[in-house]
Design a protein around this ligand. Structure first.
Ligand code: 17E
Ligand code: FE2
Length: 424
């Protein structure tokens, strides 16, 4: 007896019924003959595994304007403002903001989140609060926490010790910020320290790497070398790597070969990258985004994150993952039919790989967690930034959204759906 049957949902190239029992996908078939009390008619709309946020800062979220707004729009002014805001951080403050953001995200179908927690704070206020939030929300969203040394591992007093303590306290992932260390040498050392800590504590790695337009920022090559040496590639993620967009091709092509060999993952944050980078350029002005299309074409795993929602680095945002995907289409020139669809995968399947998730995806035996998107396919979901009308977590409906309806001169005008054809 199914607890729920989703009927006529677009899954890949087919329109199928999905039967759910005991919180898991019991069967997927062209037609499930059995009836059950709770049935949902999908009407050919897209059913997708949950959206995944592979890079966000939940300790800083919802603080935009506190204590002041970022006037220059640069990464560095953001870091300065945050170091001021950090002084007034309390457990309650972080718990409230992080929880609020996770509610926004879950409401939009985001059920897995990797957040960074600034650990360059001897009190660990942000980290302790996020560890608490992670436990509190565990029934409806799965959270991973990265120990992130915002002010440096080698350049901040006792930076390495703070990182190690954060891991002992329960941070899941080892972070880093080599381009922000005081010297190139300290940056290289910091990458090696991240790997040493990861190997010692058996944790994955996710480093803010080369988040600058400076073409001389080359810590990605150090990450690749360390990943090859340690064999940790699939558990290693390079976040941002915006300098890769500024390297000349002679270097970039050589580097790409090493990256393929290393098998590491990439996270780009298109909304934030296009906003924070290029700030020291006049014209022509760089986009400041890593080579998303080329990494993807070379078979590397790329996912997309939001990075910030209303904080010192980015004043906007809602947390819905189609927004970074939509920006990637534009800023990374991912506009062909296949490329748009690939951007959808970058906030679902590819992100699951970045996070090392198991049992992800709509398949028999997996947890029945999915979103019904108000679009016929992945392509159109991005075009219209379509809402997730239904969010199901372990077989239970946890969120519902009614799509907007517009009337023009007394008649319904469906500018959302008109012009839509199946894109595959
Ligand atoms: N900190 C940092 O170093 N880079 C970022 N993009 C954010 C925080 C959001
Ligand atoms: Fe970040």
């Amino acid at each position: 007896m199914y607890q729920l049957i989703l009927r006529g949902a677009r899954l890949g190239d087919e329109v199928l019924d999905v039967g759910i029992e005991d919180g898991r996908v019991g069967s997927i078939a062209a037609r499930i003959d059995e009836r059950t009390e709770r049935e949902i008619e999908a009407g050919g709309r897209l059913v997708s595994p949950p959206f995944i946020e592979s890079h966000v800062h939940l300790d800083t979220t919802l603080t935009a304007g506190e204590p002041r707004w970022n006037e220059s729009g640069t990464l560095f002014e953001g870091i300065q403002i945050w170091s001021e805001r950090k002084k007034s951080l309390t457990r309650e403050d972080v718990v409230a903001r992080a929880t609020q953001l996770l509610r926004w995200q879950a409401a939009q179908g985001v059920l897995h989140v990797r957040t960074h927690a600034d650990v360059t704070d001897p009190e660990f206020t942000g980290l302790m609060a996020l560890l608490e939030v992670k436990e509190k929300v565990r029934d409806w969203v799965d959270v991973q926490i990265v120990a992130f040394p915002q002010e440096g591992m080698m350049s901040f007093p006792k930076g390495v010790e703070l990182m190690e303590e954060a891991l002992t306290l329960g941070a899941d992932v080892v972070g880093g910020i080599p381009h922000y260390e005081h010297t190139r040498e300290m940056g290289v050392l910091s990458v090696k320290e991240s790997f040493r800590l990861a190997e010692k504590h058996d944790r994955p790695i996710d480093i803010h790497c080369d988040e600058t337009d400076d073409p001389h920022s080359r810590f990605l090559e150090v990450m690749a070398a360390e990943a090859i040496r340690s064999g940790m590639g699939p558990r290693v993620t390079a976040s941002h790597t915006t300098a890769f967009g500024s390297y000349d091709n002679a270097y970039a092509f050589k580097l790409m070969g090493f990256l393929v060999k290393s098998g590491i993952n990439f996270v780009a944050n298109p909304l934030i990258n296009i906003t924070l980078q290029g700030r020291y350029d006049t014209y022509p002005k760089r986009r400041g985004i890593t080579r998303v299309k080329e990494l993807w074409q070379n078979g590397l795993n790329v996912s997309l994150g939001y990075d910030d929602i209303m904080d010192p680095w980015y004043p906007m945002g809602t947390g819905g993952m189609l927004q970074p995907a939509h920006m990637a289409v534009h800023a990374c020139h991912m506009t062909s039919r296949k490329e748009v669809t690939a951007c959808f995968d970058m906030v679902t399947e590819n992100a699951a790989r970045t996070l090392g998730l198991k049992d992800y995806g709509i398949a028999e035996g997996n947890p029945a967690s999915f979103v019904l998107v108000d679009a016929p396919d992945r392509w159109d979901a991005i075009r219209r930034l379509a809402p997730a009308t239904l969010v199901v977590k372990d077989g239970e409906v946890i969120a519902e959204t009614r799509p907007p309806e517009t009337r023009l001169m007394g008649e319904t005008v469906d500018f959302q759906r008109e012009g839509t054809e199946e894109a595959g």
